[in-house]
Design a protein around this ligand. Structure first.
Ligand code: ADP
Length: 165
């Protein structure tokens, strides 16, 4: 039984993430979408909101589990007996960071492989940061995030705006 871990911030999940996760699922038995709970990295959506959105998106997939983790990704993957980490690659700019992380994780655990999946050309320009920027400026996020959570994301953002007034 191969378990893969797909770690990330998912702040919020986009169609870019969604595509990578479903393409990775074909190559394993179980896939854990692992939301990093990194106190040093300020996130726009709360951990609970990010998890709620992911659970809604992958509701129909029994082999996908949504979990959160603190600390090292490698330790989390080890605790789940995962054989691989899955990361998406968009542009050359992603490469340097991903290359370094992959080598670091291999050093920590030679049995944990990092698998890279090349972005879908249709989603290569999408990032969580771009979605947040659009949300804050009333831009249209249609097609950038899974349709089933589009309205949830817009309402959560609206709640935050009202809260900040
Ligand atoms: P992190 O903060 O760890 O970079 P993200 O949530 O931003 O987490 O991204 C998680 C993973 O998804 C990363 O491997 C990232 O490269 C990948 N990813 C993000 N957006 C896209 C996209 N549009 N196409 C392909 N991969 C993507």
């Amino acid at each position: 039984m191969a378990t893969f871990v797909c770690p990330g911030s998912f702040d919020p999940i986009t169609n870019g993430h969604y595509d990578i996760i479903l393409r990775a699922l074909v190559h394993c038995d179980n896939l854990i979408v692992a939301v990093g709970d990194n106190k040093a990295k300020k996130s726009f959506f709360t951990l609970e909101e990010k998890i709620m959105l992911l659970n809604k998106v992958f509701m129909d997939y029994k082999s996908i589990k949504i979990e959160s983790f603190t600390g090292l990704t490698e330790e989390f993957a080890r605790s789940k007996n995962a054989t691989a980490l899955v990361r998406g690659l968009r542009a050359l700019s992603d490469f340097e960071f991903e290359f370094q992380m992959a080598l670091l994780n291999r050093k920590l655990n030679p049995n944990l492989e990092t698998l890279f999946i090349m972005t879908n050309a249709d989603y290569s320009y999408i990032s969580s940061a771009a979605v947040r920027e659009l949300l804050l400026n009333n831009g249209d996020i249609t097609g950038m995030v899974p349709d089933c959570i589009k309205n949830d994301i817009i309402s959560l953002c609206e709640e935050k705006r009202i809260g900040n007034r």
